[in-house]
Design a protein around this ligand. Sequence first.
Ligand code: BMA
Length: 837
Amino acid sequence: MIHRTLHDGWRLTAVAGPVPEEVRGREVPAQVPGSAHLDLLAAGLIPEPYLDRNEAELAWAHRTDWRYATTLAAEPAAPGERVDLVFDGLDTVATVELGGHLLGEVANMHRGHRFDVREPLGEAGGTPNAPLELAVTFRSALAYAEERERELGARPHAYIHPFNMVRKMACSFGWDWGPDLQTAGIWKPVRLERWRTARLAEVRPLVTVAEDGTGRVEVHAVVERAGLGDAAEDAAELTLTATVDGHRATATIPAGATTAVATVEVPAPRLWWPAGYGEQPLYGLEITLEAAGTRLDAPLDTPLDMAVRRIGFRTITVDTTPDDTGTPFTFVVNGRPVFAKGANWIPDDHFLTRITRERLARRVDQALGAHMNMLRVWGGGIYETEDFYEVCDERGVLVWQDFLLACAAYPEEEPLWSEFEAEARENVARLASHPSLALWNGGNENLWGYMDWGWREELGESTWGRRYYTELFPAIVAELDPTRAYADGSPYTPRHAPEEKHPNDAHHGTRHEWEVWNRIDYTHYRDHTPRFCSEFGFQGPPTWATLTAWIHDEPLAPTSPAFLLHQKAEDGNGKLERGMAPHLPDPRTFDDWHWATQLNQARAVAYGIEHFRSHWPYTAGALVWQINDCWPVTSWAAVDSEERRKPLWYALRRVFAPRLLTVQPRDGRSTLLAVNDTDTPWRAELTLRRTTFGGEVLDGDTLSLDVPARSVAGFELSDALTKPADARGEVLVATADDARALHLFGEDRDLAYDPGALRATATAVPGGYRVEVRAASFARDVAILADRVAPDAEVDEMLVPLLAGETRAFTVRTGADVDPDAFTGPLVLRSVNSLRR
Ligand code: BMA
């Protein structure tokens, strides 16, 4: 097998549609993999799409057709040789031509395409051909989707465009955190493959661990035979060999057959664990395909084809065995139930081809840094890349992968049915080797939409996707990767037909909590105790440096034009205001608004997580909506598009920490819950103090904490601790080791904080600055908004409570040389106290 990548010499032209004068007919150098917007940007023909209101100005591109072309000089196929042109991904509706031969028409960015190009390359032995033109012409995916909609009948979908009619990333067409910039391009590698006799068309390593600890790697291979009518070649007997850690297995593929399984057993391999449970040993797996017996035309040690994977030995199941109260949804890894601490994941840049492995690694490290052990790849994005999965394999982050359907009814008719089948088969096989892949899930909120959002009336007799969730996808997972758990959708109630039971029932399976944020206050997180909360979240603006780099409204305000274009949620600003009003003082300036909305986002989500974790093992997961952003925007993200951590990230690190203290109501009483998500008992002295903001201790208690591994213990608090003399000026503090819980007796907007509580000094240290902050009186959520001083500045800790008399040193890392006092200025050193009442 000879691979030759074809990434050079591409040119791009807009060939049809309402194209602006300066772009019309212009040929520009094109990057492959890449996308049309990025090529025009590089050529200086369009403005930066994410800046200010440029997104709106680029709407013409929705209806543009694009042509990518390059020249290909390649030898004709030799006798007995196959030559294929392989695209790993085309975005999306495309016609592929080589030397004037039409190779095919495609319409699915979530799968690859392979074309036999022997004919266009010319006769073997003939005169070497002149370079041929290789051209890929993309039609407007929107125009195509609208055509399918007219043909198949409209189906309900979120937002304005019928993304449910074409197999293109749903959020390409805009989302409530994403821009409506409809990309087109050769978005994954393209190459020429020359091969003989047979190639590995599919390799699926299914890895399990037997009861006795033996690792088993079943390598399922599908081969494609050259099929050149050469009887000897087609009848060749082939050998499949799989090697792991010096252990080898072979399987024979008899003449005419195209599948085989080689099973390697590895005695007592080291187990792969999620982060927080153990290590992530990875083993190399090599697979070769050889012609059995002697071949005269190839050296013996040259296989026909080969593949390598990195695998890990572990078992992962989801326990959905009904119990007294309903149906759990608990991930079990190597026999151990795991509380899934994590977040939902969206594409990390709207322009997918800019996302590097390094960027993904930094993002996954931020998830780990906040003590997460799971990411859910949401169904409106993509089947994530090898880079993403490898990074998660290495770090022990479990991945829940949605099939790509979100917030819409999907037709079950052609051409969609076959496309869904093809993409599902390809991606289930492609990702099978990854130890981090924990679950295949049918899609996002489609079962719920059908049940609750008026779709049924709108749909009448039309199909809506039911058979994808309940028939096609589970059958494909069972056939191609029976080692993986499958769920019909999120949210969903396991073991029930979609019409039978409410998919968002708190007693069964997964649940999304969106009443909080959309309609009710975040304290209502406590109204439900779900078995697994796979989505919940609250908006906040991006960090100051990100916001001001991309939005230049004068004056900058939540209602200024560019700011509003970067707030995509329905009534987003209204929900921010109403979400904050019961809790924090009304912000008087935009700076205060920015800080207060970020703080309220962190508070809201932390409130939910403390509640969910306190109910382990009944509740077995909390996945925040969302960890990342795909452009600069006000959103639910914890990390913004320029990779800066919002205050929410720091809150997540605290509430997802292995050991957590939290005060929760139990049977009408304030109770301290100690959550121990580690493998050792948590034995510590627990001190409880009710003090005035000024530091006078009014009541106290000391208990000895002894919480078994991976469990939660509750301690009822006495009235003396929980009944304040002056609700406006007292705080209850519980401390054990490095965990601390606070309990206030009112909302911040009503409390008597001292606005002058903090004194701070900053000094330069190697690599940045050290900021020492002392509280004369209780200060809540102390933060240094370092990016306001220098765009690269990052502080080590944020949202720290300081009791009267306490001092805390913060470290700011930055390459900038600034006046240290900048870090203690009124817009940088923040706390709840600094919000004027
Ligand atoms: C859920 C998600 C996304 C959406 C988010 C915030 O519906 O599945 O579709 O972005 O809520 O509204």
